[in-house]
Write a protein that binds this ligand. Structure first.
Ligand code: ADP
Ligand code: ZN
Length: 785
């Protein structure tokens, strides 16, 4: 039995309840009744051991995890230095409905923000303005507005502060989830005709396949309200249909011939699968080389042999199109786990996995823990994506967990990417994992020619222009030919920042040490970290001159520029401001596919889009990020540029343009030449010279506090506790790239080591006990960041 606050399993008398690992029980702890999970099989009590309190009740809910999941949670807790409770809570139980339902009840009046200085303003507005008086806690934590106000840990701390200050009340109750067959709320066509544009579009969407899960309609961008109205009016019929294994349709492979490169990849993976032992393969295939087809073939092979498979994709790629590619091959043997599922649907899908009704799970990061038995194949698509690393506790990397899962059960791990992480490339180069290369697009079209435009030369002294002549010309030509353009900008908002031309002052966030981003449409300055907002001042707050001007460009500014230069163009914007709700992403892409000429957006436009008529992809400014204070800055830039170029020319010849002030930067030169190996080899050499991963492992140990001096001195103290570990250098403390966030100062040690196990042990034994005793600082551990 375990509780999360202290990392100690507790022992209780199980009586004759017949408990197994993963069972959910009620026990008393101190004065309270709490829910606990069984983490080891009951054993006989030895004589002389002290009398144990009894388990009060074996809750009548499905088992929360099995031995395999418990093993993975133990791996996460050990590797990423967190408690088993944290590892189980955030990962293994991700798909299970919470057995305790927590509800927040707000006080009638919103609290005075001054009293709650650590609470993001946006969160207060959300709770007291936009939400009903009572909100289930998980719903609040998942709310897009809340997520923009801070990560899970920040939100929980803020909520705790509000509860302590009496602004919120928090209640807990036990819930018994339904334990029945796997049911899916499904929409099909009714008898009434659709009226109105949205209802017609929805009806068409449903008509395409005859019936669709309600969650897929949400994911595709239709709102709850539109769906509800269509059902009320009889345009659609909503039913709960049970999914039964016996109705499993036969496997339907795509009906095109595999390319020779796909054949080689398919055969190589098949050989690994047939060997029935742990193996890892890296499929390095250029954008459009048809990797999905290779995965589908491998999954089919596994299913025919009676095994099961999990496919991880980045959250952003969980579109109706992705789901469809797997569903049309494997029908209802597939469960797609995505953010549009309700809690109940997610739970039902999870239970269907447990019951053996599902053979293939497609999902984002946490699907690596899906409770399928007999998983013989685990695919991680776009395996270089940073979203596979969770940035809150437990800070696990899904690829590492996937590897451990396959290692422990003798399955095959397939990583796929057009721009693999240099870590996995190094492993392949050293022969530790198999490498499969796919150099050609499945459509046989060449990769786009990439042109680098030197902005210093193009713009000269005029830093206010956004587009170079070649880019302008390129957009104009596309408009003339009714082809599409994708523009990547690495900042949202209108400008990167505001600067006083008289004194050089840049307005900064009062809580964080970052410059505020300009959002011209709203005449606002906003902090992209804590969401502090203020109006753009009339005059400089430092020297009083009325000389504040926007510099750099953000998505809003680029959209304005395209609209003013090409009034006839239909421009669509996609960034985190326009994609706050489930389905926004798909809706924007549908709009772009149907009517759009130009798509402007942040990283998300570089990822996995497949539109036949996009023949120009451009990076508006490739410089921010290149010089980021992060050892992966160069790798990320290479990857995003290469991926963006991959959006162009997928069905007819295309080109790409990279605008930059650093035309000679190796990442840019290599990306333009489609030279992954050249980039990776040079990057690995640099990393080795500096002793950074993968030549050594890295652990960040952060100390965070309101008190700057205390944060720094505590970090120094920890550095002292960690010195003289064999094969290890402790660097710092140095401020985080954002030294102050939400009024808290942040310092960190960078621990570079050849002996990660020794470092983990030292942190557990020497640092954590000291940190636990200190209530004025917080410890943040990030292993393999
Ligand atoms: P990747 O994931 O490698 O970027 P995809 O799997 O998305 O590539 O495939 C790119 C496009 O090529 C898709 O539209 C897909 O339908 C098509 N495609 C894949 N394999 C073949 C093939 N063997 N013949 C023809 N088209 C193919
Ligand atoms: Zn801020």
């Amino acid at each position: 039995m375990r509780t999360s606050r202290f990392d100690l399993p507790l022992s209780y008398d199980a009586g004759d309840l017949g408990l197994r690992v993963g069972d959910v029980v009620r026990v008393s702890l101190g004065k309270r009744d709490v829910v606990g999970y069984i983490v080891s099989a009951p054993r006989q009590q030895l004589s002389g051991e002290r009398q144990l309190k009894p388990v009060l009740e074996h809750l009548d809910v499905p088992r929360a995890f099995d031995e395999e999941a418990l093993h993975l949670a133990k791996f996460v807790a050990d590797r990423y230095i967190c408690t088993l409770g944290e590892a189980l809570g955030a990962a293994v139980l991700a798909g299970a409905v919470p057995h305790v339902r927590e509800t927040l009840h707000r006080s009638p009046e919103p609290p005075d923000p001054e009293r709650f200085s650590g609470v993001p303003q946006r969160l207060i507005e959300l709770i007291w303005r936009d939400l009903p008086p009572e909100t289930p806690l998980p719903q609040l934590l998942r709310h897009p507005e809340a997520r923009r106000a801070g990560d899970r840990a920040t939100l929980l701390r803020a909520i705790q502060q509000l509860v302590r200050g009496g602004a919120l009340r928090r209640t807990r109750e036990f819930v018994k989830p339904r334990t029945s067959e796997y049911r899916v709320r499904t929409l099909s066509l009714g008898s009434a005709a659709a009226t109105g544009k949205k209802a017609r579009a929805l009806a068409e969407f449903v008509a395409e396949t005859g019936s669709v899960p309600r969650a897929d309609a949400l994911l595709a961008g239709f709102s709850q309200a539109v769906i509800r109205r269509a059902v009320t009016l009889g345009v659609l019929i909503e039913e709960e249909l049970a999914v039964r294994r016996s109705e499993s349709p036969p496997i339907q492979l795509p009906d095109f011939e595999s390319t020779p490169e796909q054949r080689v990849a398919i055969d190589r993976i098949a050989a690994s699968l047939d060997a029935h032992t742990y193996d890892e393969l890296l499929v390095h295939g250029v954008t459009g080389s048809g990797k999905t087809f290779v995965y589908i073939d491998a999954i089919a092979r596994v299913l025919r042999g009676g095994g099961r498979a999990i496919v991880l994709v980045p959250e952003i790629s969980l579109t109706p199109q992705t789901a469809q590619r797997f569903e049309s091959a494997f029908g209802n043997r597939v469960a797609v786990l995505h953010s549009a599922l309700s809690e109940r649907e997610r739970f039902d899908a999870w239970q269907a996995c447990v019951a053996g009704d599902i053979d293939v799970v497609v999902g984002a990061r946490s699907a690596v823990f899906a409770p399928l038995e007999n998983v013989k194949l685990l695919v991680v698509d776009e395996s270089h994506e940073s979203s596979y690393k969770q940035d809150t506790v437990p800070r696990y990397h899904a690829v590492a967990v996937a590897r451990e899962r396959m290692r422990a059960t003798g399955g095959v791990l397939v990583l796929g990417s057009a721009t693999p992480s240099v870590e996995s490339y190094a492993a392949a180069r050293a022969g530790r994992i198999a490498l499969i290369e796919m150099h050609e697009r499945a459509t046989r079209l060449p990769l786009p020619a990439v042109r680098i435009v030197d902005l210093a030369e193009e713009f000269g002294a005029d830093r206010h222009r956004v587009f170079s002549t070649p880019l302008l010309q390129g957009i104009r030509e596309r408009l003339g030919r009714r082809e599409k353009t994708v523009l990547f900008v690495n900042r949202r908002g209108s400008g990167a920042f505001v600067l006083c031309r008289s004194c050089g002052e840049v307005p900064r966030c009062p809580r964080c040490t970052v410059s505020l981003a300009a959002h011209g449409g709203e005449k606002l300055l906003r902090c992209h970290y804590c969401d502090f907002q203020m109006r753009v001042p009339e005059v400089c707050t430092n020297c009083g001159a009325p000389d504040l001007h926007e510099y750099g460009v953000g998505t809003e500014r680029v959209v304005e520029e395209v609209r003013s230069l090409f009034p006839q163009a239909h421009v669509v914007r996609m960034d985190s401001d326009t994609t706050t709700h489930v389905g926004d992403h798909a809706r924007i892409l549908t709009e772009f596919a149907e009517r759009g000429d130009v798509l402007v957006g942040t990283q998300m436009v570089a990822k996995g889009l497949d539109f036949p008529t996009v023949t120009l992809a451009a990076v508006v400014a490739a410089d921010i990020g290149l010089n980021a204070p992060d050892f992966r800055g160069s790798e990320r830039s290479f990857s995003v540029i290469a991926q963006l170029c991959g959006r162009s020319g997928r069905a007819r010849a295309g080109e790409a343009i990279v605008q930059t002030f650093s035309p000679e930067h190796p990442a840019i030169v290599a990306a333009a030449a489609h030279d992954y190996e050249g980039f990776a080899n040079a990057e690995l050499e640099q990393r080795a010279a500096a002793g950074f991963p993968p030549s050594r492992r890295l652990v960040y140990l952060g100390v965070i506090s309101r008190d700057q001096k205390l944060a720094l001195s505590t970090a120094r103290k920890y550095a002292g506790l960690l010195n003289s570990i064999e094969g290890t250098d402790v660097l710092g403390p140095a401020p985080y790239p954002i030294a102050r966030l939400n009024r808290e100062w942040r310092y960190r040690l960078a621990i570079l080591t050849l002996k990660p196990a020794l470092v983990r042990a030292a942190i557990r034994e020497r640092v954590i006990p000291v940190a636990h005793a200190d209530t004025h600082t917080r410890l943040a551990i990030n292993v393999d960041p």
